[in-house]
Structure formats: C-alpha cells, structure tokens
Design a protein around this ligand. Structure first.
Ligand code: DC
Length: 428
C-alpha cells in the first residue's frame, strides 16, 4: 500500500465516520501503528491548510480525529443546517439520544453510567446538531448541566412528545440482576407484550436447528443470540484486540454498530455494516465469543438489542440466558441439552459443512472448555430457568424435539386461550 493510498483510505474513513474516530481504531483499521496514523493525520491537516479549494479541516481531539467544515464556511453550513441534520447518526449517538430521551433531564454522569463509556464528545455533537440542549443545572455538588432532547429531535423522530417512546428497559445489566420482586410485579403489569419463546442450552444441543424449525412452524422470527457474541468476538480478533480485555472491548464497542437483519428469515449479523455470518463459526471465533461474552459491557450491549427486538415483534430467542435474564417473563421457556458425544458429533458436522478441518476429540475438548467457561462465569451463566421445560435431545431427531415443544405450546394454549394470538406483529 503506497502512502497516497493510505491517505485516501484514512480520508474515506474519517469522512464516513462523521464522529471523531480514536487513533487506535484508525491504526487497527488501516493496519498501521498509532505513530504512523499520527503522521498521516499531520499530512492531511497540512493538505487541507494548503489547498484553497478545500472546504474541510481536520480536527484532532483527545486521541481522536474527525473531519469538519472549515470555519470560513460557517455561514454556508448554517444555511444548510436543516439538511445536515439528516446525516446518519452513529450507534453511539442513537444510544446517547435514547438515554437522554428516556431519562430527561439527565446529567452527563447519568448518561455515562447507563452507557458505561465516556459520552461527552457524543453529547457535544448532539448539541451541535440541535438534537440535545442544556435545560438547567442540577442542585448538587459541581452543579452538573441537565440535558434534554429538543423539538428538533421530536420532529426528526416523528414524535409529539417523549411520552410516545415505546417502553424500553435501559437499565444496566448488573443493576437489573438486583431487581426486587416488587419491581418485577410492576413490570409485569405493563401493556401486553409480543410473544417471546426462550430456548437456552449449551452449544451443540441442537437448539439452533429446533429454533429454526419451530420458527417455520409458528411463523415467528428467530434470533440466534450466540451469533451476536460471535460477531463481536470476531471483530475484536480482527482489530487485534484480546476479546477478554475489558477496557479495550469497551472502547471498541463505543464505536461499534451492530444490526440484526431478519428480513428474509435467515439471520444476518452485521457489524459496522458488514455481514459477519461467514466468519463466525470457526473455532477461533467460538473461543473469542466465549471470552467476550463474559464481559458485562458486552452482555449489556447485546442484551439491549435482544430486548429491543423482542419488544418490537414476536420472537424465538435462542442462547444461554434468555429465560433467566433477557426475558425472565417469557411465557414459554425451553432448556435443551444433549450428551457431550451427541453435541460434539453435531458440532463436528457443522464445522465440516463450513469447511473447517478438525477431529471429534478436538471438538469435544474445545466444547468442554467453552461449556465450563460459559456455565461457571458469574454473569449470566448457562443455566436452566426454574420454569423452563427441559428436553434432552440426545436420542431424538430435531423433528421429535420440535414436536415436543409444540405439544408444550398447545398445552399452554389450552390452559390460557388466546395466548399465541400475541404472536402477531407486536403492534397490539
Ligand atoms: O450458541 P453459540 O455457541 O453460538 O454461542 C457462542 C458463545 O456466545 C458461547 O460461548 C456463549 C455465548 N453466548 C452467551 O454468552 N449468551 C447468549 N445468550 C448466547 C451465547
């Protein structure tokens, strides 16, 4: 790669990012050291300064860099401001907006507590774009500013008031685990929710296959939550980050955009716009997923998306902690297990299909290690919820397991008529 190509790549990245990008992230994306990135940034700064035909400048702030319009263009930018607002917001910006909208008036410290990352620069940018404003100060030491969303935010998001926002649980992962029974009761009195079916169990238990078959049978979408942890673990690996390094992962997640596309019933797990599905089934990605899924910041990130999806439409979610934590009120929960041999055989088949060369012994060893890590971790271990139906799928075909699940669902329907009618589009 020539220096000119590196410069072009750097410029393109800063252009699409919009928000400041950390130097370490630029370094990892461009496959350069931070010193090399700094040298490139210096050159880019000089280039904009030298070129009278350019309306851009490079801003460097606290270990990050961003493209901005030159001060001479302020008037023009002002005139264009309405349209500038239509630029795509980053995931961090959406998340910060959500925290402010649901908790307004909120202080910067509160936003940081909920998001788990320093949000000052994102807030500054939202203020700059007219989506957030300071509405006063809190009568507390330091008199921190109170923030609220603006009329412009309501207009842009088609809302008359923030009261129209759908109910979303924005509490942090570790806060939620301390819910009292009283608080749980309060939640269960809320408006009827779309149907959620929880399927938990260790890897290779067959839960993905039965989730897919059940999804076809009931006409409900299915979400593979493991794929989300896999995709994040894989992004960490690819960015040269240890998936178990909490601080590095926290920084990585602050600028990570994950989207789940279930539109054609086959899940696409997109990270920063790229579908990670083809890369996340290798043994390295499995190990990275298991490591990264231990981190509270990562669980919080994924759980928030899972809850949002489950609150929007009827959904079958398969994972490890769906019935115990993500949707503890799910009306039907299954916990699927199988003998270690049966699970290793299934996993080996999957790997062979994906073109990965390995042996049964290797798969069993790797699986055992990962199971232990997933089951023994403090946060959200693989655990059967007390009200989950246990199915040992060892000697059963996938069709038999699905039939057993359907029987449970039908029985539930008989006990509570109208129960499955919740499985519409979630707009009730
Ligand atoms: O189901 P799977 O093998 O694709 O999951 C990959 C990893 O992600 C696994 O090691 C456990 C973790 N995981 C999790 O911690 N919580 C979930 N809900 C799903 C998966």
């Amino acid at each position: 790669m020539t220096e000119s190509q590196d410069m072009a790549r750097l410029e393109a990245l800063l252009f699409v990012a919009g928000d400041p990008v950390k130097l370490d992230e630029l370094a990892s994306l461009l496959d350069k050291t931070e010193e090399e990135v700094e040298a490139l940034l210096e050159q880019l700064t000089r280039r904009y300064q030298r070129d009278p035909q350019s309306g851009l400048i490079l801003r460097e702030l606290e270990g990050a860099a961003a493209l901005a319009s030159a001060p001479e263009q302020a008037e023009l930018v002002e005139a264009f401001y309405g349209k500038v607002r239509e630029q795509k917001l980053t995931d961090a910006a959406y998340e910060t907006l959500a925290v402010i909208a649901y908790n307004a008036p909120a202080t910067r410290a509160e936003i940081e507590t909920v998001r788990g990352v320093d949000s000052d620069s994102v807030v500054a940018r939202l203020i700059e774009r007219g989506l957030v404003r300071e509405v006063g100060v809190l009568d507390a030491p330091g008199r921190p500013a109170l923030l609220d969303v603006t009329e412009q935010f309501l207009l842009d998001f088609g809302l008359k008031s923030t009261r129209e926002l759908p109910a979303v649980d924005l509490l942090m992962y570790d806060t939620v685990t301390r819910f009292t029974e009283g608080e749980k009761d309060m939640h269960s009195q809320a408006a009827p929710k779309p149907l959620v079916i929880a399927i938990d169990g260790p890897s290779g238990s067959g839960k993905s296959t039965v989730a897919r078959l059940l999804s076809e049978h009931l006409g409900i979408l299915t979400l593979d939550t493991g794929a989300m942890y896999r995709a994040l673990g894989y992004k960490a690996l690819r960015s040269g980050i240890q998936p178990s390094d909490g601080e590095a992962v926290r920084v990585m997640l602050a600028s990570t955009v994950m989207e789940i596309d279930l539109s054609d019933r086959v899940q696409k797990t997109l990270v920063d716009g790229e579908d990670m599905t083809p890369y996340i089934r290798t043994p390295e990605a499995s190990k990275a997923a298991s490591d990264i899924s231990v981190l509270p910041v990562c669980r919080d990130y994924c759980v928030r998306i899972q809850r949002e999806l489950g609150q929007r439409q009827a959904l079958i979610l398969e994972g490890r902690d769906i019935g115990t934590y993500v949707f503890p009120d799910a009306p039907v929960k299954f916990f699927i297990t199988a003998s270690p041999q049966a699970r290793a055989q299934r996993r080996l088949k999957d790997l062979e299909k994906a073109g990965v060369e390995t042996s049964l012994e290797e798969v069993m060893q790797e699986m055992e290690k990962r199971d232990r890590q997933d089951a023994e971790r403090e946060l959200a271990p693989t655990k059967r919820a007390p009200d989950a139906i246990h199915i040992d799928s060892s000697g059963m075909t996938a069709a038999e397991v699905v039939q057993a699940m359907i029987d449970v669902i039908r029985q539930k329907e008989r006990q509570q008529p109208g129960w499955t009618s919740q499985s519409g589009d979630g707009t009730q």
